[in-house]
Design a protein around this ligand. Sequence first.
Ligand code: NAD
Ligand code: MG
Length: 390
Amino acid sequence: ASAAAPMRLSVLGATGSVGGSTLDLVAREPERFHVVALTAATNAAALAAAARAVRAEVAVVADPAAYADLADRLAGTGIAAAAGPEAVVEAARRPTDMVVSAIVGAAGLAPSLAALSATRTLALANKETLVTAGVCFMAEAARRGVTVLPVDSEHNAIFQVLERHAEREVAEIVLTASGGPFRTLSTEAIAAATPAMALRHPNWSMGRKITIDSATLMNKGLELIEADHLFAVGPDRLSVLVHPQSVVHGMVRYTDGSILAELGSPDMRTPIGYCLAWPERRPTPVKPLDLAALGTLTFEAPDRGRFPCLALAEAAMRRGDGAPSVLNAANEIAVEAFLDGRIGFMGIPGLVERTLSWAEGAGMMREPASLGEALDLDAASRGRAAAFIG
Ligand code: NAD
Ligand code: MG
């Protein structure tokens, strides 16, 4: 055992897919971590169980109606309970060595930004933070001297293979995409897709929202915008390659012709474990990749005709300013409506496109200069997108 003090760690979105994978790693090496805060949206039972398992200092649920249940379940444990969106933000502001930001959607923006004020390292899974307010978020991280480590598997892969190189040596950063469950379907079949079909991801087990984003390829579009903020090589050096096996997670092609890639089993505990151990490496329980058993890795170009969300996100990335925030907000509304059966699968790109044209026409595309402006643009875009469905 090392003599080092345990790492003070908070996990925002502790009851989700990424949050659960993080706590799985923490529970395997309890002496390495001192868990400060865990947060969740509404599920008091799951949050209380997680907080007890890792002996957190405080557990916070965003939904005030879940407070009594949470407090009840934590009674006598010494773990403090709190509730409400402001309490989530306050929890993110508790002093730590690392915060894992794994809330889904733009709801993660305020807590992620708050975390920058009292931590040294932010392990960021919540890609919507960078899509909605990437410029002010990265500026605030730099101002505070906080290291932002990408948890998203593609960005984590690229971060790993970029670490020792200068920006001018990079010719191209390649994000791989599984292609989702509809990769080989016709336009007609995709248009008829149901939520149940779209929720069946071929390789990764993830939360519902990102699983739908993977089916539309919006996830890859959001990831291009995320990469644009994380790696600062500009849109011309960012590309997408479909790779159905999800074994190569990301690649960097250098100016000398070398391509460096990170490969691994599709298990988020590899990128999360990398962040928790950074700048070292430590063992994880992830099944070693057996390339001989796998035999074949294949690659193909993405089809923007059948998957217009990718083209919409690429256009928003190039348009810049507020366009990515509007795209993200409209997409969150569209995904919810699709899951509720209120719009069809191709209604998702339809609604995103319509909301983007509305925002352009209304002169709303200014770059959000602050958290407040980003949240205002997000709220206005959500309101308009919901009205378009209404
Ligand atoms: P999930 O739906 O499984 O979990 C989301 C978590 O956020 C839950 O703990 C939930 O309680 C909490 N939450 C939701 N809404 C909230 C709100 N309004 N306020 C406070 N907390 C709230 O999602 P996930 O799949 O774990 O994804 C989390 C983030 O990580 C997303 O941004 C996603 O794009 C990104 N990501 C996920 C994966 C993956 O493998 N799941 C991979 C890469 C990136
Ligand atoms: Mg990803």
